[in-house]
Write a protein that binds this ligand. Structure first.
Ligand code: ADP
Ligand code: MG
Length: 897
């Protein structure tokens, strides 16, 4: 069946979001390929959106999707190859602008990231795709819609000038789609069709994944501010947020010893003065403020600055309109930043809050009505849920629900319940469908005798903790049963999950089976391999093999031979384990570390490598047991609630940049005592926003010259080859390097007991749970350890809120409390930015407080699957569609296998 044939323009439009990162790349140079992030999810999402318009080109879309597989964890050479493949596939589907097409020519490594054969529809390897690469410039007699994002400058390739103007092109798209019997989904309308969104803002929005009006609609406010009532300075209580209007009396930029400070005096209508303070600001801010200008400010009011009056630091400032109009004649309907409960969105660099609000308002007014309800009518009625369109409208601009939003100051009430319900319902639907799909077929019944357990445990270098022992017993019991094991092993960082996994693996190996351990990153896989080999040092008969995507072709082939032939007993690897090339001789047990970081397909493919192998999932994410059951489905759960003995608590302290020397003193003291140190930096990245961060290399050099001149300092980061990284790690493990400068690649798994101090730069840029993971790298020996969190000097993150957030780290080492604090502080609606807490990503729902909604959603989803197991009934058609399209890529849990 060909759907939508004859509508290449609609297809091109749907695929056009892919052009943006490629264009950036073509301008910045292919060398910047390492900077790209989240390419795989982007490609997945865009391709899914494009499917309805694919017609005969479905296979092309499949191939396109394949080119991005594994991209985000791939090393640079493979990324380059993948970009080339991506561009080639894309050229087969739409007219690719010449500057982008050029990317396909610059190809240094012809190996694709992952083999596309696992996808039956994709028959050709991307590199052997017949699409011409040398001259992909489109013929100009076709109407191109692919280039909506290009600037109409004279320097553009000649094709650009022969293209009809934008509105004409849009008309052509619409006509083409209509001819093909398609009405393009209005929700997929590109953002720049909204009034007030020009190319500059469009690019900024797209850069944050907001390409369509649907993206805008689903990018919910982080919190609300009640700006319905203004206060005078005298009325504003200390310690509370207030909105105060007034006139700027004077502006002063004060040069201080470190940096500068902006002081602005605001005079309210009753003559009260408020001091506004900025310790970090852009020049643009100063330009916006003028003496005599009428503004509204909002923020927390504090006690006086240097003894007098009230102050507000880093307030939101918005000019009153019209300029010079003394009587403040607001028309609330024309301005959504005042006189109402105002939504506050995650900040977008370069798009002022007020501008974004206007854009959001337009998207809501013009498109929210297209958000159809996909939940079955019965569910909506039984649970008294609002229509989705209304919920979204109110979530952005609370009206009916203004009081609730104002009181909670964050998404709450019915709008929130409606959206959280849908989100959780979709997840539960996935679980319900999956459970129905699990046929009760017998798996492997291992012997797993008590004697074997005893022998294995004895062979370890230390006795197991009670919690480890309990888990091993539970696992052994599962393994003896003929049904496949499906168990979750949950334990905080450092609780010793690896040893438990090893015991399970050895039980499988004893019966002549192989065990696989799949980890989400290469670093982690490498580290697991190292740990397992060390634990098995006495066992010459056991072979641990590593399979990752970055092995050289020959090494990889060799490793695969060992796995296929059965010579490898325990096979550790990344998602490469699940790829077509990796065949097991006799896979009996699959251990999956941090499974929420894998797609459902990856996991399913790994399972298929054996005859219904037992499955053990490991996670350091401390979620309450009941929640774990609900989220992960019908897993049995074992918890390691006890750390191995001999750990001393880690002393954690937050330092300001100005106190850097004191932090270095601590490091120096430890080094002098013969210990080793980590210096951790945010990821190496050079996009604009992070330009102020010190690149790892530079920092290493600086430390070597200025701070620790006579000490050997090593360096690991995500852009090294596996071999370079391994060598650097080995030098540190052997103690040859005393300091290791690292990006977050050391987040998990690194184990050097002699390292007793960790200094984290720009700690404010990390999620708390991620810091917790990082911190787990020290305190692994008997000596007291230190974690020093330096807060940078750049941007809003530096503010009091950031320090308060980091204080949680000083106060506790309990991963559970940290995860909860992280969740609370992180807030909902955060599609943007990187999520690092390790918790499943929900856009709307907040697991800590939405458990009741979760329960309801679960009941409904399971009941639905019971009554309509394949979602075949016509009334469930929309639901089925949405399950497959709208939410895919937005819900990590739908991907959890
Ligand atoms: P996790 O993966 O849960 O974060 P690991 O498995 O990496 O933790 O173990 C953390 C450290 O504790 C490792 O150095 C490991 O060798 C050590 N370890 C594990 N179990 C024990 C034990 N029972 N007694 C002593 N040390 C242990
Ligand atoms: Mg571990």
């Amino acid at each position: 069946m060909t759907r939508g044939g004859g509508a290449p323009e609609a297809l091109a439009l749907a695929l056009s979001p892919l052009l943006q990162p490629l264009r950036l790349l073509s301008r910045a140079g292919l060398a910047r390929v390492a900077v790209l992030r989240e390419i795989e999810p982007l490609v997945q999402r865009v391709v899914e959106h494009a499917r309805p318009y694919a017609g005969d080109l479905e296979a092309g879309l499949d191939r396109l999707q394949e080119t991005a597989r594994g991209f985000d964890s791939a090393p640079e050479a493979r990324r380059r190859a993948a970009i080339a493949a991506l561009v080639r596939e894309l050229s087969g589907l739409l007219e690719v602008p010449a500057e982008i097409a050029a990317l396909a020519r610059d190809e240094s490594d012809p190996t694709p990231i992952s083999d596309p054969m696992s996808n039956p529809t994709s028959t050709s390897n991307p590199t052997s795709n017949p699409t011409p690469t040398s001259n992909p410039t489109p013929t100009s007699n076709r109407t191109s819609t692919s280039n909506l994002t290009s600037k109409p400058t004279t320097s553009s390739p000649p094709v650009a000038s022969s293209r009809p103007p934008v509105p004409a092109r849009r008309a052509a798209i619409a006509a083409a789609a209509q001819k093909a019997g398609l009405t393009p989904d209005p929700l997929l309308t590109p953002v720049d069709q909204l009034r007030g969104v020009g190319p500059a803002i469009r690019d900024k929005l797209r850069g944050k994944g907001l390409a369509t009006v649907q993206d805008l609609l689903l990018n919910l406010p982080r919190r609300y501010e009640d700006r319905r009532k203004r206060r005078t300075v005298a009325e504003a209580p200390i310690g509370e947020r207030s909105v105060i209007a007034g006139t700027i009396a004077w502006i002063d930029e004060v040069r201080a010893r470190r940096g500068r400070r902006l002081e602005v005096r605001l005079r309210d209508d009753e003559g009260g003065y408020l001091m506004l303070l900025w310790f970090h600001y852009r020049p643009a801010l100063v330009q916006r403020l003028r003496t005599g200008a009428r503004v509204v400010v909002s923020g927390e009011v504090r006690a006086g600055w240097r003894g007098g009056g009230k102050t507000m630091s880093h307030p939101d400032v918005e000019p009153l309109e019209p300029a010079g109009g003394g009587a403040l004649p607001f028309d609330p309907s024309s301005d959504d930043s005042f006189g109402r409960v105002v939504p506050v969105y995650t900040e977008l660099e370069g798009v002022p809050a007020r501008t974004y609000r206007r854009i959001a308002r337009r998207a809501v007014d013009e498109y929210a009505r297209h958000l159809a309800d996909v939940l079955p009518r019965g569910v909506l009625e039984r649970r008294e849920l609002w229509p989705l369109a209304e919920a979204v409208r109110e979530a952005h601009f609370p009206d009916r629900s203004a009081d609730v939003a104002a009181a909670a100051q964050r998404p709450a009430g019915e709008p929130h319940r409606r959206m959280a319900f849908e989100e959780l319902f979709m997840v539960q639907l996935g679980l319900a469908l999956r459970r129905r799909g699990v046929k009760v077929e017998p798996g492997i019944a291992f012997r797993a005798s008590e004697e074997s357990i005893e022998r294995i445990v004895k062979s370890l270098p230390w006795p197991l903790t009670r919690a480890q022992r309990r888990s091993v017993e539970a696992i052994a019991q599962d393994m003896r049963k003929p049904e496949p094991m499906n168990r979750l092993l949950q334990g905080d960082v450092g609780s010793g999950k690896t040893a438990v996994a090893l015991c399970a693996a050895l039980l499988a190996v004893e019966d002549g089976y192989q065990a696989a351990l799949m980890a989400p990153t290469e670093i982690l896989a490498e580290q697991h391999t190292r740990s397992l080999r060390r634990l098995l040092r006495g066992r010459r008969d056991l072979h641990v093999e590593l399979v990752t995507g970055s092995l050289g072709a020959r090494e990889r082939a060799h490793a695969e031979r060992l796995v296929r032939g059965g010579a490898a007993h325990i096979v550790v690897g990344t998602h490469a384990l699940a790829e077509e090339d990796t065949e097991f001789h006799k896979l009996g047990l699959a251990v999956i570390d941090e499974q929420h970081r894998f797609g459902v397909m990856t996991r399913a493919r790994l399972m298929k490598k054996g005859a219904r192998p037992d499955v053990l999932v490991m996670t350091a994410t401390p979620i309450p047991r009941t929640l774990a059951l609900t989220l992960y489905g019908d897993l049995d759960v074992s918890v390691l609630d006890e750390l191995p003995p001999g750990r001393t608590p880690i002393a954690t302290r937050v330092y300001r940049d100005a106190q850097r020397d004191r932090a270095y003193d601590v490091v120096r003291r430890e080094l002098k005592a013969g210990r080793q140190a980590y210096v951790v930096l945010p990821l190496v990245e050079e996009s604009e926003k992070l330009a102020d961060l010190k690149a790892a290399t530079k920092e290493r050099d600086r430390l070597a010259v200025e701070v620790f001149p006579d000490l050997p300092i090593g360096l690991v980061h995500g852009r090294q080859s596996a071999q370079e990284r391994n060598e650097a790690m080995d030098r540190f493990v052997r103690g040859e390097d005393r300091i290791l400068v690292a990006t977050t690649v050391i987040e998990v798994g690194v184990d050097v007991p002699n390292a007793t101090v960790m200094l984290v730069e720009h700690a404010e840029r990390f999620g708390l749970s991620q810091l917790h993971q990082l911190r787990g790298r020290v305190g692994r020996g008997a000596a007291k350890s230190h974690c020093l969190l330096l807060t940078g000097t750049s941007g809003a993150e530096w503010g009091p809120a950031a320090r308060e957030r980091l204080k949680v780290m000083e106060d506790t080492t309990d991963g559970f409390r940290i995860a909860e604090a992280d969740l609370e502080l992180r807030g909902p609606g955060e599609f943007l930015g990187t999520r690092q807490s390790g918790m499943p990503d929900f856009a709307v729902a907040e697991l800590t407080r939405d458990q009741a909604i979760l329960q309801e959603a679960r009941e409904e989803a399971f009941a639905l699957v019971q009554s309509d197991p394949d979602l075949r009934k016509p009334e469930n058609a929309a639901l089925r569609d949405a399950f497959q399209n709208r939410w895919r890529g937005r819900l990590s849990l739908a991907r959890v296998g």
